[in-house]
Design a protein around this ligand. Structure first.
Ligand SMILES: [Zn+2]
Length: 85
C-alpha cells in the first residue's frame, strides 16, 4: 500500500480567445502534471510531496494562494494570484 500523489492545476484558463482547442490548454487535460507514488508512511508521503512540489516549480508551475497553476494557464490568465511558499 501507499499513496498516489498528483499536483493538478486549480486555476484553469481557456486558452487564447477565439481559438478552439479540443483538449484545452490546461496541463490537467493532457495529464502532464507532476505525479508519483509514496510509501504508506508519513515520512515517505512528505518526502514525495516535497519532490513533486520541486518538480512542479521546475516545470514552471506556480503555487498561489488559490492553488496551483500550470505554465499553460499562466500564459492566458491576466489575473494569476500571487505566489506563496
Ligand atoms: Zn492549467
Amino acid at each position: 500500500m501507499g499513496y498516489w500523489i498528483e499536483i493538478h492545476c486549480d486555476i484553469k484558463s481557456f486558452g487564447p480567445p477565439g481559438e478552439l482547442h479540443l483538449n484545452g490548454w490546461c496541463s490537467n487535460e493532457s495529464t502532464s502534471y507532476p505525479m508519483g507514488m509514496a510509501k504508506s508512511t508519513r515520512a515517505s508521503y512528505f518526502k514525495a510531496l516535497k519532490y513533486l512540489t520541486e518538480q512542479a516549480k521546475g516545470w514552471g508551475w506556480k503555487k498561489t494562494r488559490e492553488g496551483w497553476i500550470c505554465p499553460n494557464c499562466q500564459k492566458y490568465r491576466e489575473d494569476v494570484p500571487s505566489e506563496t511558499n
